[in-house]
Design a protein around this ligand. Sequence first.
Ligand SMILES: [Zn+2]
Length: 284
Amino acid sequence: MRTDIHRESKLKPEDYEFIGDIVPMPKYQEGGLDALKSWLAWRAETEQLLTTHGVEIHTGRNRCDHCGAWFDWGYLLSHTPSGKVLCVGNVCADTRFSMSNLDFKRKQAAKVRAQVRHRRGLFAKLWTWAHDHPEELKVLNRWSKTNDFLQSLRSQLRRNGTLSDNQVSCILAAGERAEEWETKRKAISSKAILSEYQGEVGERIVIQAEVQMVRGLESFSAYDAAPRYITKLVDSDDNVYIQYGAWIGDKGDTVNGKATVKKHSEYDGCKQTVVQRFLHTKAK
Ligand SMILES: [Zn+2]
């Protein structure tokens, strides 16, 4: 409890003026990185103000300087006679500081009205922009989750209600590029459906293929000291081979050799020929 000039028994609500809000950190989903950045900038300013004029006896910032309770939403109140600044939680601000402080209430209401006006203004701007740029808007919405550049333009549009001419002129081309990448990406993954089973189980087959992936395997038994690897290979006809056992090459190496077909199995829609005892004649 306070014992200084701000103590409960001496409190004169009319001596305090509302000068700002203390708001919780926005969640990333609520406004993205921009909201987070502007919150951090705001907090730095608040910190500065409190360092210079603050009178916290509790930890301040997230704790009410009047009663010590933790709060999510609070207010910065300036003590007019001394010029000092207090962080006060919303409950105390409403019940202790505003009883006769009409000015505080008026400012609160004015702030809400300004926010509403701002939102209405923003909405009108956005509506006009959408009306003038239907194609661009389609592209922004289409790529808002997968393309960083278009995503950032879209969030700027949401924040400001408009974009610069330069930014607008980039959108359609960026959308086309994103479309091309997407087509390529799909083509690469659809190659997997071209893979066919090779050889018969138990047969030794000749393989010439490129190593696409190598990963070390945990040794299955303690007596099995030699390291084991899973290697994924793809030949020039897009057939996929999986080899368990010794290391046969690094990613990107072309290997030639003979291996025994252990089994045929499908994984994620891709027919894979699982082989063992790969003896390679040459590794690039
Ligand atoms: Zn309080």
